[in-house]
Each structure stands twice: as structure tokens, then as C-alpha cells.
Design a protein around this ligand. Structure first.
Ligand code: F6P
Length: 371
């Protein structure tokens, strides 16, 4: 089938930001739909915006899209420390990194390869990087990805369900040691400033305490809860702690700052701090596990493959329908779209009246707030 009433004959496809299960499923859906249904050629841009800036691309044919549905990561490579508006290009006289606006380089690559539009798969940082392209008149369509499930306007991102499942299974496994040693086991989960991953995995694993960024915690409340829990017949406790969790009146715990990244702050370390403080204030032996990038790895679960496929197909249909500069989203049980720049720098946090919080409290989960 050839492209109907459209000037779009050849598109670029880019994955940006942290990898996430289901990226390859989107690449497959975009590529197969473009080629088989519309006769559109697809060019893969390698390693996120780096490929667009440095003219590093490869043609994708249908065989490239075969056999990748179940594979984690992205066959295109990705990058979460590269923005076209602030690209490192040599050093200044004082030895500091010199940054340039690399928009022209991106536009050159687009022109050189005859790309009529770009499909960008990424999180809010990656979407914000489309701004100079959108301003230059390049038709763009975004596809939201992240294990954090924190993209504005999108109720569910692919990758989240897989990460939640991995995290819940890991929390399940901590029960054996917690139970056998009568310990408190703290598990630090990803999620940046949003608690979706920790809240969902914590509920799924029956964690006793769930600490999320949206509900600052208080050590007195945690210890009071643990005193009761440790004295109960169970005699152990599991704490699911988001990397962005914070004590009342304190900031988040930063593990590093990645210069040049659209979102330079990397969170981490709070799990160890919580465990140390529990041991300091109580007689409970406490250990910490940091799940880290394990949560981003592995084959996507079936639900993420389905969502990723729907997003990929929708992205192509949006381009052909002239719905440019939009990002496809999952909202109200169906696919719709929002302005691609609306997603930029606009995170979706857990509302304090969310039914998941109420459900967790109903089964006596403690959020460290005494509630
Ligand atoms: O946004 C996905 C995510 O995994 C976050 O949950 C985490 O804070 C961050 O990326 C880690 O980034 P990096 O891969 O640069 O360590």
C-alpha cells in the first residue's frame, strides 16, 4: 500500500532517554506499519539525539523489525545526556566543557537523509529536546516511554508494567531473608520524582511500609509502625522505598549530577539512609537492596508489548493524518494525543487522593506519615 495523500515518504525514528522494556516493540510497530501499510521508508537515528547531531543513522527495513518484539533495550541505542540545545563540543580556555546549540547539525542530518518527519520515542526530557526541531518546522510525533510512568497527560507508559512486575518479584524474594532473620529489609526502587513504581510494586508485594516522594516520611511514624509489626507473629518487615522519597523537611537524596543531560539530577541513596536510621533508632537488624537498572531490563511483559505496538501504529497514523507535533498518549482507556511540548518538563506525580494510596492504607500499609 502506498502513502495516501501525504508528502511523507521517508521518516526518521529515534529513541532517547533511559532505555525501557518495549522500545523495540515500538520500533517494530513503526517500521512495519510504515513499510507494509504505507510504503514509507524508515531511517533509524542511532543513540538518541547524538545520532541526529553527528549524522549517525541506519536504514531500517522490515527484516530489522523482525524478531525484536520481545527484546529489552533498543536496537537503535539511546542516550540520556545529550540535548541539541546544549551539546558538548570541545573545551573552553579555562578547561571547562564548551556547549553549543547543535540544532543546525540536526537539521543538516534531516535534510541530508531526506527525512520528511521524525518519530521520537522518549520521556519528558526527550520531548523537550524536540522544541528546536518543531520550531524549525520539522514534523515530529512523540511516543511516551518510561518505567517511571510520570509523563504528563499519559495514564500508562509502556515499560512501567514490566518494571513494576520485576520490582514486585524482587520484593517478594526479600521476604525469605526478612522472615528467616527477623529483619527489616529496605528496597530502593527507581521512579525519579514520582512514586508510581514504588507504590504499585509495594502494593503488589504486600510491602509493610511504602515511602514515595509525594508523601514525605517521618522516622517517628516509621519506628512506631515497626515496633508493632516486629512484635507481631510475622516478626519482620519489608519497606519499598522510592529513590525520590524524602524525610519531612529534607530534600531528596542525589546520587550524581550528569552534566549536559536534559534532566541532570540522578536520585539514589535514600534506601541506605533509611536503613541506617532505623538501626540507629531501634534494635531491628536492617538491610538495604538497591534494585537499580535491573528494573529497566529484560523482556517486556505482554501488556507492555501490546501498548507499545498500539503507540507505534498510532504514531505513524498521526503523522499521516497531519497531526504533527503531538505525542500519542494513553488516556481514558484509549489512545489520544497531547502537544509534544506539553509533556516537556511536566511530570505526572501521584495525587494524594489517588485510589491506590487509599487501597494501600486500607490493608494497613504505612506511608511513614502516621496516617
Ligand atoms: O527515568 C528512568 C530512570 O530509570 C529513573 O527511574 C532513574 O532515576 C533514572 O532513569 C536513572 O538514570 P541513569 O540510567 O542515567 O542512571
Amino acid at each position: 500500500m502506498s502513502a495516501p495523500n501525504t508528502s511523507i515518504k521517508r521518516i526518521g525514528l529515534l529513541t532517547g532517554g533511559g532505555d525501557c522494556p518495549g522500545l523495540n516493540a515500538v520500533i517494530r510497530a513503526v517500521t512495519k506499519t510504515a513499510i507494509y501499510r504505507h510504503g514509507i521508508e524508515v531511517v533509524g537515528i542511532l543513540n538518541g539525539y547524538e545520532g541526529l547531531i553527528c549524522n549517525d543513522v541506519r536504514e531500517l527495513d522490515a527484516s530489522d523489525a523482525s524478531g525484536i518484539l520481545t527484546r529489552g533495550g533498543t536496537i537503535l541505542g539511546t542516550n540520556n545526556r545529550c540535548s541539541p540545545l546544549r551539546y558538548p563540543d570541545g573545551t573552553n580556555e579555562d578547561g571547562s566543557t564548551r556547549y553549543i546549540d547543535a540544532t543546525d547539525r540536526c537539521l543538516k542530518t534531516i535534510e541530508h537523509h531526506g527525512l520528511d518527519a521524525i518519530i521520537v520515542i522518549g520521556g519528558d526530557g526527550t520531548m523537550s529536546c524536540t522544541a528546536p526541531l518543531v520550531q524549525a518546522g520539522v514534523p515530529c510525533v512523540g511516543v511516551p516511554k518510561t518505567i517511571d510512568n510520570d509523563i504528563h497527560g499519559c495514564e500508562l507508559t509502556f515499560g512501567f508494567t514490566t518494571a513494576m512486575t520485576t520490582a514486585a518479584m524482587s520484593l517478594d524474594r526479600l521476604h525469605s531473608t526478612a522472615d528467616s532473620h527477623h529483619r527489616v529489609m529496605v528496597c530502593e526502587l527507581m521512579g525519579r520524582n514520582a512514586g508510581w513504581l514504588t507504590l504499585s510494586a509495594g502494593i503488589a508485594s504486600g510491602s509493610d511500609i511504602i515511602l514515595i516522594p509525594e508523601i514525605p516520611f517521618d522516622y517517628d511514624a516509621i519506628i512506631a509502625f515497626l515496633d508493632e509489626r516486629m512484635a507481631s507473629p510475622a516478626g519482620f518487615a519489608i519497606i519499598a522505598c522510592a529513590e525520590g522519597a524524602q524525610e519531612v523537611g529534607h530534600g531528596q537524596t542525589v546520587s550524581k549530577v550528569v552534566d549536559g543531560s536534559p534532566d541532570p539530577i540522578r536520585l539514589g541513596g535514600i534506601g541506605h539512609l533509611v536503613a541506617d536510621e532505623i538501626e540507629r533508632r531501634s534494635r531491628f537488624e536492617t538491610r538495604t537492596t538497591v534494585l537499580g537498572h535491573v528494573q529497566r531490563g529484560g523482556t517486556p511483559v505482554a501488556a507492555d508489548r501490546v501498548l507499545a505496538t498500539r503507540f507505534g501504529v498510532a504514531a505513524i497514523e498521526h503523522l499521516l493524518a497531519g497531526r504533527h507535533d503531538r505525542m500519542v498518549v494513553w488516556s481514558g482507556g484509549t489512545i489520544s494525543d497531547i502537544g509534544i511540548l506539553e509533556a516537556a518538563g511536566n511530570q505526572r506525580l501521584v495525587p494524594l487522593d489517588h485510589p491506590l494510596i487509599d487501597a494501600a492504607r486500607s490493608v494497613r500499609t504505612c506511608f511513614g506519615d502516621g496516617g
